[in-house]
Ligand binder design. Structure first.
Ligand code: NAD
Ligand code: MG
Length: 388
């Protein structure tokens, strides 16, 4: 490998972000080499990716998947479970964490601990583990760049101002939200929405869990917590503005009144390429706006009444410590139950709220304590679902 080629480990390779990351890598063969991949259930797809990119290490969930990969790719090293994810997260120059949910925790902490660039799509791990991530980042240089489009936009707005670390002249961060498929509906009009309706996102094509989170605005709530953790700012300096066109991906308002925004058509390959390419920008032009046709950009406040998930996330952020982990774990359980047709859409946020009310204030001082909190929150949410 020549010195300018950087190695990439892609965790969650078969998902929505994973597949789009592969697209970026296919277009930049001279700059990156994919050396490791991991995924959950779609083993045949993992094998196909490993073959296409001549990947050296493949991470799978369990021993039966491992046997299948070893059969198909006898020359490839296969690693299993969380231990495997930990190894992979320390194995390359750039670690793209595109795993869905709390399962991304090991890779987030592993990559930061090993001093690798962490290109982070997996917001749930950062939301849940913010105090632990702070510990890892304290007193040393770490390289954490967000793939999530809003946070990537803020990273760009701050980098332009020369101040990603430390936010002295920043008044507030403004996260834009498309508003999801149910924007404009009142709480009463949201009573009987179906799974089919909730899975139809107006501007982005994404995995099922984040698409449901966008329909409840829990995604934006998680993103408020993600922004606070990433940029070291309190949730009360992070605001949400609904922008249905998804062209402005987020903004930074400075104390002098200036607001800096990042604009592009919605295409996740742009933030992925930004995170891979830094400090260079890759020359692909994804999402570029021609400005040759008239375009209207609108902004409105979110309807906090119809979408109470947003304020719930602020509440968890103000409580801090384990509260965001409880919120996120309960939400994962409730969204999975909704996708399984075990609860209705309107049950999701009340289950999260009732579960969060059980958090006892214990501090998050270790990964073991965080895992206990996560498990307890999940059990609590499952009990609520069973009692409906
Ligand atoms: P997805 O469901 O399409 O893909 C998830 C990937 O994770 C799959 O490859 C799956 O096999 C893998 N996975 C799941 N559990 C695993 C485990 N235990 N071990 C290893 N791999 C496992 O999800 P997605 O939409 O690509 O989202 C991934 C992450 O990126 C989420 O945290 C999401 O919030 C975030 N994100 C996604 C988008 C988007 O446009 N899709 C945008 C911003 C942020
Ligand atoms: Mg986002």
């Amino acid at each position: 490998m020549s010195a300018s080629v950087r190695s990439v480990a892609l965790l969650g390779a078969t998902g929505s972000i994973g597949t789009q990351t592969l697209d970026v890598l296919r277009r930049s063969p001279d700059q990156f080499v994919l050396t490791a991949i991991a995924g959950g259930s779609r083993v045949d797809e993992l094998i196909a990716i490993a073959r296409e990119f001549h990947v050296a290490i493949v991470g799978v969930l369990d021993s039966s998947a491992a046997a299948k990969v070893r059969d198909a790719l006898p020359q490839t090293r296969v690693v299993v479970g969380d231990e495997g994810l930990d190894e992979l997260s320390r194995s390359a120059d750039i670690v793209v964490n595109a795993v869905m949910g709390f399962a991304g925790l090991t890779a987030t902490l592993g990559a930061l601990d090993a001093g690798k660039r962490l290109a982070l799509a997996n917001k749930e791990s950062l939301v849940a583990a913010a105090p632990l991530v702070d510990q890892v980042r304290a007193g040393r240089e770490t390289d954490l760049v967000p793939i999530d489009s809003e946070h990537c936009a803020i990273h760009q707005c701050l980098a332009g101002a020369g101040s990603v670390a430390g936010l002295p002249s920043v008044k507030r961060l403004l996260l834009t939200a498309s508003g999801g498929p149910f924007r404009g509906r009142s709480a009463a009009q949201l009573h009987n929405v179906t799974k089919h309706d909730a899975l139809k996102h107006p501007t982005w094509s994404m995995g099922p869990k984040i698409t449901i989170d966008s329909s409840t605005l829990m995604n934006k709530g998680l993103e408020v917590l993600e922004a606070a953790a990433l940029f070291g700012i309190s949730v009360d300096r992070v605001d949400v503005v609904v922008h249905p066109q998804s062209i402005v991906h987020s903004m930074v308002e400075y104390v002098d009144g200036a607001t800096i925004a990042q604009l592009s058509h919605p295409d996740m390959r742009l933030p992925i390429a930004y995170c891979l390419g830094l400090p260079e920008r890759l020359n692909h032009g994804w999402g570029a706006i021609s400005f040759t046709e008239a375009m209207t950009l609108t902004f409105e406040p979110p309807d906090r009444n119809a979408f109470p998930a947003l304020d719930l996330a602020y509440e968890a952020g103000r409580t801090g410590q384990g509260a965001p982990a409880w919120l996120s774990a309960a939400n994962e359980v409730a969204v999975a139950a909704f996708l399984d047709d075990r609860i209705s859409w309107r049950d999701i946020v009340p289950i999260v709220a009732d579960t969060l009310a059980h958090y006892d204030g214990t501090s998050l001082t270790s990964v073991e304590i965080l895992r206990e909190h996560d498990a307890t929150a999940r059990r609590t949410a499952e009990k609520m679902i069973a009692s409906l």
